[in-house]
Design a protein around this ligand. Structure first.
Ligand SMILES: NC(=O)c1ccc[n+]([C@@H]2O[C@H](COP(=O)([O-])OP(=O)(O)OC[C@H]3O[C@@H](n4cnc5c(N)ncnc54)[C@H](O)[C@@H]3O)[C@@H](O)[C@H]2O)c1
Length: 298
């Protein structure tokens, strides 16, 4: 999507961090901005700051995990303009501790915000974006932990793998449309995510070892990459029609052995007499023309 001037962008998690930085970078290209966030006060201030420097921007309070809230957000957004760039970015950390001790309410919440919300975002805007038949773009924020999982929250990691899976699956569906698609997989960034997670998580606050982990994560992320650099990189990827947005190449040395292990696991067939799967038949059975696994799209 080469031209962003006067296009309307809807950015979730737009009150802070990577979402706000992406919105600001979009604004430098002349885009009109809708910032949506569960933190109404923060997002209002962020939109006012944008307007103060001449950007056409509006704030919208939205809980991305609440499907009904999306219907209201869609109506309010429509009054501002037809959305052509959708950045489904809001996210929270998951619970801590060993997997079997997870609080199921926190687990569901992490999935609702980090993964299910992409469906609600697309339900609200993607149909119209396809129907416009002009260049549009969708970005989903996953994480580098959805590529290479470090020893952190399994809820967070797996919800980010889900986001990557949504993007990879959706890529096939969007192949013959004018809607470009990117999946953002950043490494560490100095944002408020540890703080917002602690404020927003359902149930009791974390205590003991879990609280100490969160505190240490906060210190590690404080020296992470500036979200502004990531926001600018996202917009360059939108303009170039790149699918994967990797911002932290230092993770490549960990991705390589992981992918090599996976490739090496493709050994002999479990049935030497089996002729092999009819992958073309699988594609055709689903009404698709091709398997869109590696072709960049804009
Ligand atoms: N910070 C990192 O190191 C890092 C790394 C990889 C990926 N990410 C991802 O980047 C995205 C943005 O996070 P960030 O790091 O900028 O954090 P952030 O906390 O600074 O910003 C996230 C924003 O999302 C909002 N939000 C949270 N739950 C919401 C909900 N239910 N509805 C609407 N808004 C909600 C928060 O209020 C906050 O303003 C997330 O998806 C996160 O998982 C962050």
């Amino acid at each position: 999507m080469k031209e962003l001037k006067d296009k309307t962008a809807f950015v979730t998690g737009g009150g802070s961090g990577i979402g706000l930085a992406t919105a600001k970078a979009l604004a430098t290209r002349g885009a009109r901005i809708i910032l949506a966030d569960i933190d109404g006060a923060r997002v209002k201030t962020a939109a006012a700051d944008l307007r103060a420097v001449g950007v056409d921007a509006m704030a919208l309070t939205l809980n991305v995990a609440d499907e009904a809230d999306w219907a209201r957000a869609g109506e309010l957004a429509a009054r501002f303009g037809e959305v052509q760039v959708l950045c489904s970015n809001a996210g929270v950390g998951g619970g801590s501790g060993t997997f079997e001790t997870y609080d199921t309410e926190v687990w569901r919440w992490a999935y609702a915000v980090n993964a299910h919300a992409h469906l609600y975002a697309c339900r609200t805007f993607l149909g119209a974006m396809k129907a416009m038949d002009e260049p549009c773009h969708l970005t989903l924020t996953a994480s580098m932990v959805g590529i290479v999982p470090p020893p952190i929250s399994v809820a967070y990691i797996s919800s980010k793998f889900a986001t990557l899976g949504i993007a990879m699956g959706l890529r096939n569906e969007l192949a013959d449309t004018r809607v470009g698609l990117s999946v953002l997989c950043p490494g560490m960034s100095a944002t408020r995510i540890v703080e917002t997670t602690a404020i927003l998580r359902p149930g009791a606050s974390e205590e003991g070892a879990a609280a100490r982990t969160a505190q240490s994560m906060g210190s590690v992320l404080a020296s992470g990459m500036s979200p502004d650099k990531i926001g600018e990189r996202v917009v360059k990827a939108i303009e170039a029609g790149e699918f994967y947005i990797f911002t932290h190449p230092e993770w490549k040395r960990l991705a390589e052995p992981q992918i090599a292990e996976m490739m090496a696991a493709f050994g002999e067939s479990a049935d030497p007499d089996y002729p092999g799967d009819d992958i073309d038949g699988l594609v055709a059975a689903n009404g698709a023309r091709r398997l869109n696994v590696s072709v960049s799209h804009s």
